[in-house]
Ligand binder design. Structure first.
Ligand code: PLP
Length: 392
């Protein structure tokens, strides 16, 4: 039996048949079971911030697991405390953190935290993605994800993303929180109008509601800032959720809160067995140290700009958007999944967020040479996609 066949008989069919069985990775490259190499422009869906097998993560995790791998939350450990302090240093405003293991879990913790305001109403945006567990799903807009699992918890009002007036009309004196992605990722990299987050902050403050920013995808350097919302001067959210890029491939989630929101949880309010374990925290510390030491925020800004400029000039590309290395591309007539398949055949891992949209969320270590490689191969990729009958 092939790996694919064995996968099909042993794993639940939640993802369809995976396109490749990957064997190893190094930097922004991975190799499949047949030894073929790919330039990875997906990065484990915005997770492999330092690429694959980065020596800093290898060292940090190896040393930590050989010293103290797990202790439960009956105890603490140095990496846990160091990471908490480090994240507060990056976010500022005397934030405190609750550690978990994924984006959905970080959002579950935040959702529970909003209930402790004494209010239950939450405002979320159309097109949002916050995860697949019941609470996170209650705040995720896609009907196909929601319908089979209803009733979902929560009293949620939906507003069009980026629409200040709709937000102002939806938030009342009984609203616990407004939850927003600073840039919507799964929706196809949608960037809101420049004043949107500032206005969301003003509206939530006026009504006594929390502003909760889901930075699970946009956080930790993805947009060229530590947090995407830091591109808005002076913006202080009440809650920020993180996961994807934080552990560089080691599962970790984090729910940060500032001000009074940081004091809402009390002993017994919430918990986790694995969350904040020393191994995951050591990995995250290695990610933060490397981003800083290697000047990756600056590199993300520079290479991201180059990627957007180059993509804009390519055939079949009708729109390019997004900050840093979080880039959405709309296609003229080709079916995005057909382009993803053609990319694979040409040695590139690509990702489609919809029938006509590609999303690039590569490792933050991506270089200009990597961009040139993609640009050089683009005509062959779209040619192959067109031949495959990949017209929408
Ligand atoms: C991926 C994602 C999540 C869910 O994270 P998981 O680790 O898959 O549970 C939540 N919010 C946003 C914005 C995401 O991109």
């Amino acid at each position: 039996m092939t790996w694919q066949e064995r996968y099909g008989s042993a794993l639940m069919n939640t993802f369809g048949t995976p396109a490749l069985t990957l064997m190893r990775g190094e930097g922004a490259r991975v190799w499949d079971a047949d030894g073929r190499a790919y330039l990875d422009l997906v990065g484990g869906i915005a997770v492999n911030s330092l690429g694959h097998a980065h020596p800093a993560i290898v060292r940090a995790v190896s040393e930590q697991v050989a010293t103290l791998g797990h202790v439960s939350n009956l105890f603490t450990s140095e990496p846990q405390i160091q990471l908490a302090e480090r994240l507060d240093g990056l976010l500022g405003h005397g934030s405190k953190v609750f550690f978990s293991n994924s984006g959905a879990e970080a959002n579950e913790a935040a959702f529970k935290l909003t209930r402790l305001t004494g209010r239950t109403h939450v405002v979320a945006a159309e097109g949002s993605f916050h995860g697949r567990t019941m609470g996170a799903l209650a705040l995720t807009s896609k009907q196909a994800y929601r319908t089979p699992f209803e009733p979902l918890p929560g009293h949620v009002t939906w507003v069009p993303y980026g629409d200040v007036e709709a937000l102002a009309a939806a938030v009342t004196d009984e609203t616990a929180a407004v939850v927003l992605e600073p840039v919507q990722g799964e929706a196809g990299v949608l960037v809101p109008p420049t004043d949107y987050l500032t206005e969301a902050r003003r509206i939530t403050k006026e009504r006594g509601a929390l502003l909760w920013l889901d930075e699970v995808q946009t956080g930790i350097g993805r947009t060229g800032e530590w947090f995407a919302h830091q591109s808005v001067p002076g913006l202080v959210p009440d809650v920020v959720t993180l996961a994807k890029g934080l552990g560089g491939g080691v599962p970790i989630g984090a729910t940060l809160a500032t001000g009074a929101a940081a004091e809402l949880f009390a002993p017994g309010s919430h918990g986790t067995t694995f969350g904040g374990n020393p191994m995951a925290c050591a990995a995250a510390l290695a990610v933060l140290d490397t981003i800083e030491a290697d000047g990756l925020l600056e590199q993300v800004t520079r290479v991201g700009k180059r990627l957007r400029e180059e993509l804009s000039d390519l055939p079949e590309v009708t729109a390019v958007r997004g900050p840093g290395l979080m880039v959405g591309v709309d296609l003229a007539s080709l079916d995005a999944p057909a382009v993803v398949a053609a990319g694979r055949a040409e040695g590139f891992l690509l990702n489609a967020t919809g029938p006509g949209t590609l999303r690039f969320v590569p490792p933050l270590i991506l270089t200009e040479d990597d961009v040139s490689e993609l640009v050089g191969a683009w005509p062959a990729i779209v040619g192959r996609a067109a031949e495959s009958g990949g017209a929408a």
